[in-house]
Ligand binder design. Structure first.
Ligand code: ZN
Length: 314
């Protein structure tokens, strides 16, 4: 009897775990990977600043709050247009002045505008004063006066860090810079193997989930380690970040729409079935974009938070 009860409790615990991981797992793996890679490339100064700004729930790991911006999307309704920037239909290039606006046409309210905005806010962070050992901030008034009219300003630097980390990941997902008419692939319904799915979701989630199952024993840390190894061994990552300001998001958006045209939209018209051919040829693109998002997020945070004397190599 006891054994039966024990099995029942284990089964219940397992089903709860499986259910919980499905519910919270959608779309999280990509952001977790990007932030996890980024944290590995932070300088000592930047790591200290990030840890000081992170909420307690993050337990010192940026990756743990990298999907926070998706969780507050409906609560912070104004933030939903900040996750993407779309181009006119069939334009495979991006132009900030033409494309960066929300659905009501308010300029600067898109993912590139948001990355600029939250980077500017984080520039007000000053490292701990060694004598008083307290953090202080330069009054936000000057820096924010130019952007308050946009309505997405927060003077909460913890939220600014979590938004920035999330949006640097989003901008590297090719279909977060897709065509307006199909909402970045959201209205293109195809089959992912045997199941119906929209093309945007396939790039947000399904390719990564299939890769985890097929190549990484369903273990995210193993996948992250493999990507980290590729960054060092196979990719010219030193050339990824060519930015002489604190942040340069426009080239990332240009790369994404170009990749969307070459890889995401190609052979994925409505009603098609996407299987091994599509999965295996697109996975290297997804893995490289996750890596680029991580390396570039680290570069931005290092420029924001590192004193000149100890500037890092990235
Ligand atoms: Zn997002």
């Amino acid at each position: 009897m006891n054994i039966v009860l024990e099995y029942f409790s284990i089964w219940r615990a397992l089903s709860f775990f499986l259910l919980a991981s499905t519910v919270v797992g959608w779309g999280k793996e990509g952001h977790y990977t990007t932030c996890s890679i980024a944290q590995g490339y932070l300088t000592e100064d930047a790591l200290a600043a990030v840890k000081a700004l992170l909420p307690g729930s993050a337990e010192g790991e940026l990756a743990n709050v990298c999907s926070w911006a998706d969780e507050v999307r409906w609560h912070y309704h104004w933030s939903s247009s900040l996750h993407w920037v779309d181009t006119p239909d069939f334009f495979c290039n991006y132009n900030y002045c033409r494309d960066c606006h929300d659905t009501s046409g308010v300029n600067d309210r898109c993912v590139t505008g948001a990355i600029n905005n939250y980077t500017m806010q984080l520039m007000t962070y000053v490292n701990s004063d060694s004598e008083t050992n307290c953090k202080y901030e330069i009054p936000l008034t000057d820096i924010l006066s130019s952007v308050t009219h946009l309505g997405f300003v927060t003077d909460n630097l913890t939220e600014a860090l979590m938004f920035l980390s999330h949006f640097v990941g989003d901008i590297h997902q090719p279909l977060h810079v897709g065509f307006l008419g199909d909402e970045g692939g959201n209205t293109i319904i195809v089959h992912w193997y045997t199941r119906k799915a929209n093309l945007h979701h396939i790039w947000d989630t399904e390719i990564i989930q299939s890769a985890l199952k097929t190549f990484y024993n369903a273990d995210l840390p193993t996948m992250i380690q493999s990507i980290q190894k590729n960054i060092i061994d196979d990719w010219a990552f030193e050339e990824w970040e060519n930015c002489n300001k604190t942040v340069c998001p426009n080239p990332y958006a240009s790369e994404s729409i170009s990749l969307a045209c070459k890889f995401a939209y190609r052979n994925a018209t409505p009603g098609t079935t996407l299987g091994d051919d599509y999965f295996l040829s697109r996975l290297p693109v997804v893995e490289m974009r996750l890596a680029q998002g991580g390396v570039r997020l680290a570069a931005i945070l290092n420029r924001l938070f590192t004193s000149k004397a100890s500037i890092a190599s990235i």
